[in-house]
Design a protein around this ligand. Structure first.
Ligand code: C5P
Length: 319
């Protein structure tokens, strides 16, 4: 007899701004980033069964595109959804058998946080199913070991994200924002992008970020205030950028500058790279411009998605 079922959407994210500071002693980098949740994402359906502690995951891919790693081909211990379940079981001794359907729409390796959002969604759903009573902060702290982007998805909306990705300050988004997200037919490895950035900075003689000794936290906080204020300005005057763009710009025959150029030509007020690639995005005024831009970019063979800023995370639905 099947038990309860929980259905939950797992929104993707866009990095409007992504500054990478120096490499830390633990190998990670401190970041200063603006994360925005968007209305496009994956869906998880979690069915509770007996009390054997088993986890079965099936994946359906709705889009024709697979970016990098295909989840189905991954060994379970590398699958973030599986690892999230194991982590939750460890913490709570929850032992119901789980059948998880993962409806994937977000391209893998695309810098849109698909896998991270799925992992966060599983923890949020299990929290409800198991009646564990964790708050958002508890879940964010618990999820940090799964990946640097996971804690953001416990809050969603817009946030200034610092530290390794675990320090969150909510931001106001004053105007409705409409995005066209463009993903090429390949994924980009985060670890590789960080290594390329370190190598480029090593050749250039290092990077004097806010994480450098002697700066303290004052300038970093001022910088955060500056970025938060900038979000209120017209997108065409945003000062945001992504530190990975210069190191990835020459890859794949310059596909990143080309995607951004196409978005600009199609009327985007601002364009950027999300995460460490491979997706780029354009910001459009609400209306038909975004749809026209999407149609134009699809002709180039990219995976293209039109979406809007999502102010609050969807709640798990028990059936
Ligand atoms: O945390 P996550 O597993 O997503 O990170 C993947 C890789 O990206 C890490 O192993 C690390 O090399 C790099 N990374 C980093 N600094 C961050 C986040 C990720 O150096 N803040």
């Amino acid at each position: 007899m099947p038990g309860r079922t929980c259905r939950l959407d797992a929104p993707a994210k866009i990095n409007l701004h992504l500054e990478v500071e120096d490499r830390r002693a633990d190998g990670y980098h401190n970041l200063i980033s603006i994360f925005l949740a968007v209305s496009f994402g994956d869906t998880l359906v979690i069915e509770e069964n007996g009390a054997g502690g088993t986890t079965a995951i099936t994946m359906e891919r709705e889009t024709g595109l697979s970016g990098g790693d295909d989840l189905a081909a991954l060994p379970p211990e590398k699958n973030l959804v599986f690892r999230a379940v194991e982590l939750f079981r460890e913490k709570t001794r929850y032992n119901r058998d789980l059948a998880i359907r993962l409806i994937k729409r977000v391209p893998a390796g695309g810098g849109l946080g698909g896998g991270s959002s799925d992992a966060a969604a599983v923890l949020r759903a299990l929290n409800v199913l198991a009646g564990a009573g964790y708050g958002r902060d508890d879940l964010a702290a618990l999820s940090a070991c799964l990946g640097s982007d996971v804690p953001f998805f416990m809050y969603g909306g817009a946030a200034l994200v610092t530290g390794r990705g675990e320090i969150m300050r909510p931001l106001d988004v004053p105007a409705p924002l409409c995005f066209v997200m463009v993903t090429p037919r390949f994924g980009s490895s985060t670890a590789r992008a960080f290594a390329l950035l370190d190598a480029a900075r090593g050749r250039a003689g290092g990077n004097a970020g806010y994480g450098d000794a002697g700066y303290g936290d004052g300038p970093r906080a001022h910088h955060g205030d500056y970025l938060a204020r900038a979000l209120g300005a017209e997108p065409s005057s945003w000062p945001f950028y992504n530190d990975f763009l210069p190191v990835l710009a020459g890859e794949q025959d310059g596909i990143y500058p080309r995607m951004m150029g196409e978005l600009h030509a199609a009327g985007a007020a601002f364009t950027g790279l999300s995460g460490s690639g491979s997706s780029c995005f354009g910001v459009f005024p609400p209306g038909t411009a975004a749809r026209r831009a999407a149609a134009r970019l699809k002709k180039h063979g990219f995976f293209v998605q039109t979406t809007i800023f999502l102010a609050s995370m969807p709640d798990p639905m028990l059936q």
